[in-house]
Design a protein around this ligand. Structure first.
Ligand SMILES: Cc1cc2nc3c(=O)[nH]c(=O)nc-3n(C[C@H](O)[C@H](O)[C@H](O)COP(=O)(O)OP(=O)(O)OC[C@H]3O[C@@H](n4cnc5c(N)ncnc54)[C@H](O)[C@@H]3O)c2cc1C
Length: 388
Protein backbone atom coordinates (compact mmCIF):
# COMPACT_ATOMS: atom_id res chain seq x y z
CA UNK A 1 0.00 0.00 0.00
CA UNK A 2 1.26 3.50 -0.83
CA UNK A 3 -0.60 6.15 1.14
CA UNK A 4 1.24 9.15 -0.26
CA UNK A 5 0.96 12.68 1.13
CA UNK A 6 -2.03 13.93 3.13
CA UNK A 7 -4.71 15.61 1.00
CA UNK A 8 -3.80 19.14 2.12
CA UNK A 9 -0.05 18.70 1.79
CA UNK A 10 -0.53 17.16 -1.65
CA UNK A 11 -2.79 19.97 -2.84
CA UNK A 12 -0.20 22.52 -1.72
CA UNK A 13 2.69 20.69 -3.40
CA UNK A 14 0.76 20.12 -6.62
CA UNK A 15 -0.26 23.74 -6.88
CA UNK A 16 3.28 24.89 -6.25
CA UNK A 17 4.78 22.55 -8.90
CA UNK A 18 2.10 23.39 -11.46
CA UNK A 19 2.63 27.12 -10.89
CA UNK A 20 6.37 26.64 -11.34
CA UNK A 21 5.83 24.63 -14.53
CA UNK A 22 3.81 27.41 -16.17
CA UNK A 23 5.52 30.49 -14.70
CA UNK A 24 9.16 29.44 -14.75
CA UNK A 25 9.70 26.43 -17.02
CA UNK A 26 7.25 26.91 -19.88
CA UNK A 27 8.79 30.31 -20.82
CA UNK A 28 12.12 28.51 -21.46
CA UNK A 29 10.54 26.14 -24.00
CA UNK A 30 11.14 28.23 -27.11
CA UNK A 31 14.80 28.78 -26.24
CA UNK A 32 15.29 25.03 -25.72
CA UNK A 33 13.61 24.23 -29.05
CA UNK A 34 15.72 26.80 -30.89
CA UNK A 35 19.06 25.82 -29.36
CA UNK A 36 18.29 22.11 -28.86
CA UNK A 37 19.93 22.48 -25.45
CA UNK A 38 18.42 22.68 -21.99
CA UNK A 39 20.00 25.56 -20.04
CA UNK A 40 20.74 23.48 -16.96
CA UNK A 41 21.94 26.51 -15.02
CA UNK A 42 18.36 27.82 -15.20
CA UNK A 43 16.28 24.64 -15.29
CA UNK A 44 17.89 22.49 -12.60
CA UNK A 45 17.63 25.09 -9.78
CA UNK A 46 13.94 25.58 -10.65
CA UNK A 47 13.27 21.83 -10.63
CA UNK A 48 15.14 21.57 -7.32
CA UNK A 49 13.30 24.42 -5.66
CA UNK A 50 9.83 23.17 -6.57
CA UNK A 51 10.61 19.65 -5.33
CA UNK A 52 10.33 17.95 -8.75
CA UNK A 53 13.28 15.66 -8.09
CA UNK A 54 11.87 14.31 -4.84
CA UNK A 55 8.30 13.55 -5.92
CA UNK A 56 8.70 9.76 -5.66
CA UNK A 57 11.50 9.71 -3.08
CA UNK A 58 10.11 8.39 0.24
CA UNK A 59 9.65 10.99 2.97
CA UNK A 60 12.12 9.13 5.21
CA UNK A 61 14.82 10.21 2.72
CA UNK A 62 13.67 13.79 2.34
CA UNK A 63 11.32 13.41 -0.63
CA UNK A 64 7.57 13.93 -0.94
CA UNK A 65 6.77 10.20 -1.04
CA UNK A 66 3.83 10.62 -3.40
CA UNK A 67 1.59 7.69 -4.23
CA UNK A 68 1.36 6.85 -7.92
CA UNK A 69 -2.16 8.35 -8.02
CA UNK A 70 -0.71 11.61 -6.72
CA UNK A 71 2.36 11.58 -8.98
CA UNK A 72 0.54 11.02 -12.28
CA UNK A 73 -1.26 14.40 -12.50
CA UNK A 74 2.00 16.24 -11.77
CA UNK A 75 4.02 14.27 -14.35
CA UNK A 76 1.15 14.78 -16.77
CA UNK A 77 1.41 18.55 -16.29
CA UNK A 78 5.14 18.40 -17.12
CA UNK A 79 4.18 16.65 -20.40
CA UNK A 80 2.27 19.76 -21.52
CA UNK A 81 5.40 21.91 -21.74
CA UNK A 82 8.71 21.39 -23.56
CA UNK A 83 9.34 17.62 -23.56
CA UNK A 84 13.04 17.59 -22.64
CA UNK A 85 12.18 18.88 -19.17
CA UNK A 86 9.55 16.15 -18.71
CA UNK A 87 12.14 13.52 -19.72
CA UNK A 88 14.55 14.67 -16.97
CA UNK A 89 11.87 14.59 -14.28
CA UNK A 90 10.44 11.25 -15.45
CA UNK A 91 13.72 9.30 -15.60
CA UNK A 92 14.99 10.70 -12.30
CA UNK A 93 11.81 9.87 -10.40
CA UNK A 94 11.40 6.42 -12.00
CA UNK A 95 14.93 5.47 -10.93
CA UNK A 96 14.40 6.90 -7.42
CA UNK A 97 11.14 4.95 -7.13
CA UNK A 98 12.82 1.71 -8.24
CA UNK A 99 15.76 2.22 -5.85
CA UNK A 100 13.42 2.95 -2.94
CA UNK A 101 11.73 -0.41 -3.58
CA UNK A 102 14.73 -2.66 -4.27
CA UNK A 103 17.84 -0.89 -2.97
CA UNK A 104 19.65 -1.89 0.23
CA UNK A 105 19.44 0.42 3.26
CA UNK A 106 23.01 1.56 2.57
CA UNK A 107 22.26 2.34 -1.10
CA UNK A 108 19.11 4.23 -0.21
CA UNK A 109 20.87 6.21 2.52
CA UNK A 110 23.70 7.06 0.13
CA UNK A 111 21.64 8.14 -2.88
CA UNK A 112 18.04 9.01 -2.03
CA UNK A 113 18.58 12.13 0.14
CA UNK A 114 20.62 13.69 -2.70
CA UNK A 115 18.08 12.46 -5.25
CA UNK A 116 15.29 14.14 -3.29
CA UNK A 117 16.95 17.55 -3.54
CA UNK A 118 18.36 17.00 -7.03
CA UNK A 119 21.96 17.22 -5.77
CA UNK A 120 22.30 13.68 -7.12
CA UNK A 121 20.72 12.90 -10.45
CA UNK A 122 19.89 9.51 -11.85
CA UNK A 123 19.87 7.57 -15.12
CA UNK A 124 18.54 4.15 -16.07
CA UNK A 125 20.95 2.21 -18.32
CA UNK A 126 19.31 -0.70 -20.09
CA UNK A 127 19.23 -0.27 -23.89
CA UNK A 128 22.19 -1.51 -25.94
CA UNK A 129 23.42 -0.80 -29.48
CA UNK A 130 24.17 -4.39 -30.39
CA UNK A 131 21.54 -6.40 -28.52
CA UNK A 132 17.94 -6.46 -27.37
CA UNK A 133 16.95 -5.78 -23.78
CA UNK A 134 16.33 -8.21 -20.88
CA UNK A 135 17.76 -11.69 -21.42
CA UNK A 136 19.48 -10.58 -24.66
CA UNK A 137 21.82 -8.01 -23.01
CA UNK A 138 25.52 -8.24 -23.88
CA UNK A 139 26.90 -6.01 -21.10
CA UNK A 140 28.52 -8.23 -18.48
CA UNK A 141 29.41 -7.84 -14.80
CA UNK A 142 32.04 -10.42 -13.88
CA UNK A 143 32.69 -11.16 -10.22
CA UNK A 144 36.34 -10.64 -9.25
CA UNK A 145 37.02 -10.92 -5.50
CA UNK A 146 35.08 -8.15 -3.75
CA UNK A 147 34.31 -6.36 -7.03
CA UNK A 148 32.25 -6.67 -10.17
CA UNK A 149 33.96 -5.78 -13.43
CA UNK A 150 31.49 -4.27 -15.88
CA UNK A 151 32.13 -4.41 -19.65
CA UNK A 152 29.90 -3.40 -22.53
CA UNK A 153 27.97 -0.54 -24.12
CA UNK A 154 24.63 1.16 -23.60
CA UNK A 155 22.99 3.93 -25.56
CA UNK A 156 20.03 6.27 -25.65
CA UNK A 157 20.42 6.78 -21.88
CA UNK A 158 18.47 9.86 -20.75
CA UNK A 159 20.19 12.22 -18.29
CA UNK A 160 23.60 10.81 -19.31
CA UNK A 161 25.04 14.34 -19.26
CA UNK A 162 23.91 15.16 -15.72
CA UNK A 163 23.47 11.85 -13.88
CA UNK A 164 25.63 11.21 -10.85
CA UNK A 165 24.55 7.55 -10.72
CA UNK A 166 23.56 5.00 -13.38
CA UNK A 167 21.46 1.91 -12.70
CA UNK A 168 23.13 -0.51 -15.09
CA UNK A 169 21.65 -3.85 -16.14
CA UNK A 170 24.29 -6.47 -16.97
CA UNK A 171 24.70 -10.22 -17.23
CA UNK A 172 26.37 -11.78 -14.17
CA UNK A 173 26.15 -15.19 -15.85
CA UNK A 174 24.96 -16.25 -19.33
CA UNK A 175 21.47 -16.82 -17.88
CA UNK A 176 21.27 -14.12 -15.22
CA UNK A 177 20.75 -10.36 -15.38
CA UNK A 178 21.73 -8.20 -12.38
CA UNK A 179 21.36 -4.51 -11.58
CA UNK A 180 24.33 -2.44 -10.42
CA UNK A 181 24.84 1.15 -9.34
CA UNK A 182 27.71 2.80 -11.20
CA UNK A 183 28.77 6.30 -10.13
CA UNK A 184 29.57 8.67 -12.99
CA UNK A 185 33.24 9.17 -12.12
CA UNK A 186 34.17 5.46 -11.94
CA UNK A 187 37.43 4.78 -13.85
CA UNK A 188 36.85 3.10 -17.25
CA UNK A 189 33.32 4.52 -17.58
CA UNK A 190 32.98 6.99 -20.46
CA UNK A 191 29.98 8.82 -21.90
CA UNK A 192 29.51 10.52 -25.26
CA UNK A 193 26.49 12.29 -26.73
CA UNK A 194 24.27 10.99 -29.52
CA UNK A 195 22.73 13.23 -32.22
CA UNK A 196 19.76 15.43 -31.28
CA UNK A 197 16.32 13.83 -31.17
CA UNK A 198 13.09 14.53 -33.12
CA UNK A 199 11.25 15.73 -30.02
CA UNK A 200 11.77 16.14 -26.27
CA UNK A 201 14.75 18.18 -27.36
CA UNK A 202 17.62 19.28 -25.19
CA UNK A 203 17.78 16.32 -22.83
CA UNK A 204 20.82 14.17 -23.55
CA UNK A 205 20.44 10.46 -24.34
CA UNK A 206 24.07 9.42 -24.55
CA UNK A 207 26.17 6.38 -25.28
CA UNK A 208 27.94 4.72 -22.35
CA UNK A 209 31.05 2.56 -22.59
CA UNK A 210 32.15 0.36 -19.71
CA UNK A 211 35.77 -0.69 -20.24
CA UNK A 212 36.46 -3.09 -17.37
CA UNK A 213 34.71 -0.79 -14.89
CA UNK A 214 35.28 -1.97 -11.33
CA UNK A 215 32.55 -1.47 -8.71
CA UNK A 216 32.37 -3.09 -5.25
CA UNK A 217 29.87 -5.93 -4.69
CA UNK A 218 27.90 -3.47 -2.55
CA UNK A 219 26.93 -1.81 -5.87
CA UNK A 220 24.65 -4.75 -6.62
CA UNK A 221 20.98 -3.74 -6.30
CA UNK A 222 18.99 -6.64 -4.90
CA UNK A 223 20.51 -10.10 -5.18
CA UNK A 224 22.65 -11.39 -8.05
CA UNK A 225 20.43 -12.67 -10.86
CA UNK A 226 17.39 -10.70 -9.71
CA UNK A 227 17.95 -7.99 -12.32
CA UNK A 228 15.32 -9.29 -14.74
CA UNK A 229 12.66 -9.35 -12.01
CA UNK A 230 13.63 -5.85 -10.84
CA UNK A 231 13.58 -4.65 -14.41
CA UNK A 232 10.09 -5.99 -15.01
CA UNK A 233 8.76 -4.39 -11.83
CA UNK A 234 10.43 -1.04 -12.58
CA UNK A 235 9.13 -1.02 -16.15
CA UNK A 236 5.67 -2.09 -15.01
CA UNK A 237 5.09 1.14 -13.11
CA UNK A 238 7.22 3.29 -15.40
CA UNK A 239 4.95 2.33 -18.33
CA UNK A 240 2.09 3.88 -16.39
CA UNK A 241 4.23 7.03 -16.04
CA UNK A 242 4.67 7.14 -19.84
CA UNK A 243 0.91 6.81 -20.26
CA UNK A 244 0.47 9.78 -17.90
CA UNK A 245 2.88 11.71 -20.11
CA UNK A 246 0.70 10.80 -23.11
CA UNK A 247 -2.30 12.10 -21.19
CA UNK A 248 -0.66 15.46 -20.45
CA UNK A 249 0.43 16.02 -24.04
CA UNK A 250 -2.98 14.95 -25.38
CA UNK A 251 -4.86 17.18 -22.92
CA UNK A 252 -2.76 20.17 -23.91
CA UNK A 253 -3.27 19.47 -27.63
CA UNK A 254 -7.03 19.28 -27.05
CA UNK A 255 -7.12 22.52 -25.00
CA UNK A 256 -5.12 24.40 -27.63
CA UNK A 257 -7.40 23.05 -30.36
CA UNK A 258 -10.56 24.10 -28.52
CA UNK A 259 -9.21 27.64 -28.21
CA UNK A 260 -7.98 27.84 -31.78
CA UNK A 261 -11.20 26.42 -33.26
CA UNK A 262 -13.22 29.17 -31.59
CA UNK A 263 -10.83 31.92 -32.74
CA UNK A 264 -10.18 30.93 -36.35
CA UNK A 265 -12.86 32.26 -38.66
CA UNK A 266 -13.40 31.02 -42.22
CA UNK A 267 -16.33 31.80 -44.46
CA UNK A 268 -17.65 34.13 -41.78
CA UNK A 269 -17.84 31.63 -38.91
CA UNK A 270 -15.45 30.16 -36.31
CA UNK A 271 -14.36 26.72 -37.53
CA UNK A 272 -15.63 25.38 -34.16
CA UNK A 273 -19.15 25.77 -35.59
CA UNK A 274 -18.39 23.29 -38.40
CA UNK A 275 -19.58 19.80 -37.67
CA UNK A 276 -16.49 18.25 -39.26
CA UNK A 277 -14.20 20.18 -36.88
CA UNK A 278 -16.46 19.38 -33.93
CA UNK A 279 -15.96 15.73 -34.75
CA UNK A 280 -12.17 16.14 -34.47
CA UNK A 281 -12.60 17.82 -31.07
CA UNK A 282 -15.00 15.16 -29.81
CA UNK A 283 -12.70 12.34 -30.93
CA UNK A 284 -9.79 13.98 -29.11
CA UNK A 285 -11.87 14.28 -25.94
CA UNK A 286 -12.91 10.62 -26.13
CA UNK A 287 -9.25 9.56 -26.19
CA UNK A 288 -8.41 11.85 -23.26
CA UNK A 289 -11.36 10.61 -21.22
CA UNK A 290 -10.61 6.93 -21.87
CA UNK A 291 -6.93 7.39 -21.00
CA UNK A 292 -7.78 9.20 -17.75
CA UNK A 293 -10.00 6.29 -16.71
CA UNK A 294 -7.40 3.64 -17.53
CA UNK A 295 -4.72 5.57 -15.64
CA UNK A 296 -6.91 6.00 -12.56
CA UNK A 297 -7.59 2.25 -12.52
CA UNK A 298 -3.92 1.27 -12.96
CA UNK A 299 -2.72 3.77 -10.33
CA UNK A 300 -5.34 2.72 -7.76
CA UNK A 301 -4.38 -0.94 -8.17
CA UNK A 302 -0.65 -0.23 -7.83
CA UNK A 303 -1.20 1.99 -4.78
CA UNK A 304 -3.26 -0.85 -3.24
CA UNK A 305 -0.16 -3.05 -3.49
CA UNK A 306 -1.12 -5.06 -6.57
CA UNK A 307 1.02 -6.05 -9.55
CA UNK A 308 -0.36 -4.68 -12.82
CA UNK A 309 1.65 -6.06 -15.77
CA UNK A 310 -1.41 -6.35 -18.04
CA UNK A 311 -2.84 -2.96 -17.09
CA UNK A 312 0.49 -1.17 -17.42
CA UNK A 313 1.19 -2.54 -20.91
CA UNK A 314 -2.35 -1.84 -22.07
CA UNK A 315 -2.44 1.71 -20.73
CA UNK A 316 1.03 2.45 -22.10
CA UNK A 317 -0.02 1.19 -25.54
CA UNK A 318 -3.41 2.89 -25.50
CA UNK A 319 -1.81 6.11 -24.29
CA UNK A 320 0.66 6.35 -27.16
CA UNK A 321 -2.03 5.55 -29.72
CA UNK A 322 -4.35 8.11 -28.09
CA UNK A 323 -1.75 10.88 -27.99
CA UNK A 324 -0.83 10.03 -31.58
CA UNK A 325 -4.43 10.48 -32.72
CA UNK A 326 -4.98 13.59 -30.59
CA UNK A 327 -1.84 15.43 -31.72
CA UNK A 328 -2.62 14.45 -35.31
CA UNK A 329 -6.11 15.96 -35.03
CA UNK A 330 -4.69 19.03 -33.28
CA UNK A 331 -2.58 19.67 -36.37
CA UNK A 332 -5.66 19.27 -38.58
CA UNK A 333 -7.65 21.75 -36.46
CA UNK A 334 -4.80 24.28 -36.68
CA UNK A 335 -4.46 23.96 -40.46
CA UNK A 336 -1.23 25.10 -42.15
CA UNK A 337 -0.08 27.43 -39.40
CA UNK A 338 -0.11 24.47 -37.00
CA UNK A 339 2.73 22.95 -39.02
CA UNK A 340 4.91 25.94 -38.16
CA UNK A 341 6.48 26.80 -34.82
CA UNK A 342 3.93 29.59 -34.35
CA UNK A 343 1.80 27.13 -32.37
CA UNK A 344 2.97 24.57 -29.79
CA UNK A 345 0.97 21.74 -31.42
CA UNK A 346 3.92 21.19 -33.76
CA UNK A 347 6.15 20.51 -30.73
CA UNK A 348 3.54 18.41 -28.94
CA UNK A 349 3.28 16.19 -32.03
CA UNK A 350 7.06 15.60 -32.05
CA UNK A 351 7.41 15.26 -28.27
CA UNK A 352 4.68 12.60 -28.18
CA UNK A 353 6.59 10.32 -30.55
CA UNK A 354 9.04 9.43 -27.77
CA UNK A 355 6.19 7.70 -25.94
CA UNK A 356 6.34 4.92 -28.57
CA UNK A 357 9.88 4.08 -27.43
CA UNK A 358 10.29 4.79 -23.72
CA UNK A 359 9.80 1.70 -21.54
CA UNK A 360 9.42 -0.57 -24.57
CA UNK A 361 8.02 -0.43 -28.08
CA UNK A 362 4.46 -1.49 -29.04
CA UNK A 363 5.54 -5.04 -29.90
CA UNK A 364 6.75 -5.46 -26.31
CA UNK A 365 3.46 -4.10 -24.90
CA UNK A 366 1.50 -6.54 -27.09
CA UNK A 367 3.76 -9.37 -25.93
CA UNK A 368 3.27 -8.60 -22.21
CA UNK A 369 -0.49 -7.98 -22.49
CA UNK A 370 -1.04 -11.17 -24.51
CA UNK A 371 1.12 -13.19 -22.10
CA UNK A 372 -1.00 -11.99 -19.18
CA UNK A 373 -4.29 -12.63 -21.01
CA UNK A 374 -3.22 -16.13 -22.03
CA UNK A 375 -2.05 -16.69 -18.46
CA UNK A 376 -5.56 -16.08 -17.13
CA UNK A 377 -5.83 -12.31 -16.62
CA UNK A 378 -9.47 -11.19 -16.57
CA UNK A 379 -11.21 -7.83 -16.42
CA UNK A 380 -13.63 -8.96 -13.70
CA UNK A 381 -12.31 -6.58 -11.08
CA UNK A 382 -12.59 -3.44 -13.21
CA UNK A 383 -16.22 -2.86 -12.23
CA UNK A 384 -15.90 -4.13 -8.64
CA UNK A 385 -16.20 -0.63 -7.25
CA UNK A 386 -19.49 -0.19 -9.10
CA UNK A 387 -21.03 -3.49 -7.95
CA UNK A 388 -23.66 -2.96 -5.26
C1 LIG B 1 14.95 9.86 -26.53
C2 LIG B 1 15.14 8.47 -25.99
C3 LIG B 1 15.39 8.29 -24.64
C4 LIG B 1 15.62 7.01 -24.12
N1 LIG B 1 15.96 6.86 -22.81
C5 LIG B 1 16.36 5.63 -22.37
C6 LIG B 1 16.89 5.47 -21.04
O1 LIG B 1 16.95 6.41 -20.24
N2 LIG B 1 17.34 4.25 -20.66
C7 LIG B 1 17.30 3.17 -21.50
O2 LIG B 1 17.74 2.10 -21.10
N3 LIG B 1 16.80 3.29 -22.77
C8 LIG B 1 16.34 4.49 -23.22
N4 LIG B 1 15.86 4.63 -24.50
C9 LIG B 1 15.82 3.49 -25.36
C10 LIG B 1 14.42 2.95 -25.63
O3 LIG B 1 13.89 2.39 -24.44
C11 LIG B 1 14.56 1.94 -26.75
O4 LIG B 1 14.93 2.65 -27.91
C12 LIG B 1 13.31 1.16 -27.00
O5 LIG B 1 12.98 0.34 -25.89
C13 LIG B 1 13.48 0.24 -28.23
O6 LIG B 1 14.63 -0.53 -28.13
P1 LIG B 1 15.69 -0.49 -29.32
O7 LIG B 1 15.99 0.93 -29.65
O8 LIG B 1 16.84 -1.36 -28.94
O9 LIG B 1 14.90 -1.05 -30.55
P2 LIG B 1 14.98 -2.49 -31.18
O10 LIG B 1 14.92 -3.52 -30.10
O11 LIG B 1 16.13 -2.53 -32.12
O12 LIG B 1 13.62 -2.56 -31.98
C14 LIG B 1 13.47 -2.19 -33.36
C15 LIG B 1 12.11 -2.70 -33.80
O13 LIG B 1 12.06 -4.12 -33.72
C16 LIG B 1 11.04 -4.56 -32.83
N5 LIG B 1 11.56 -5.69 -32.05
C17 LIG B 1 12.80 -5.81 -31.48
N6 LIG B 1 12.92 -6.98 -30.85
C18 LIG B 1 11.74 -7.63 -31.04
C19 LIG B 1 11.24 -8.89 -30.61
N7 LIG B 1 11.98 -9.75 -29.89
N8 LIG B 1 9.98 -9.24 -30.99
C20 LIG B 1 9.23 -8.39 -31.73
N9 LIG B 1 9.64 -7.19 -32.14
C21 LIG B 1 10.88 -6.80 -31.80
C22 LIG B 1 10.75 -3.34 -31.96
O14 LIG B 1 9.42 -3.35 -31.46
C23 LIG B 1 10.97 -2.20 -32.93
O15 LIG B 1 9.81 -2.00 -33.70
C24 LIG B 1 15.55 5.90 -25.00
C25 LIG B 1 15.24 6.08 -26.36
C26 LIG B 1 15.04 7.34 -26.86
C27 LIG B 1 14.74 7.52 -28.32
Amino acid sequence: MTAGLSTDAYAELRESVVTTIWNELDPLGEHIENTERIPYDLVLPVLRSCGAFGLLVPRAYGGSGLSVSQYLPILSEFAKIQGGIRAIVHVHNSFAHALSEIGSEEQKAEILPGAATGDKSLAFALTEPENGTGADLSTTARRDGDDYVVSGRKWLITNSDIASHFLVFAKTSPQEVSALLVPRDTPGFSIKPLPETMGCKGAEHGELTFAEVRVPTSALVGAEGEGQAHLERALEISRVFIAASSLGTATQALDLSLTYAQERVTFGKPIAERQAVQRYLAEMAIDVYALRGMLADAAAKWDAGRRIPAESSMVKQFGLEAVGRVTDRALLVHGGIGYTRRHPVERLYRDARLNWLEEGTPTIQYLVAARELLGGYTFDDVFDALTV
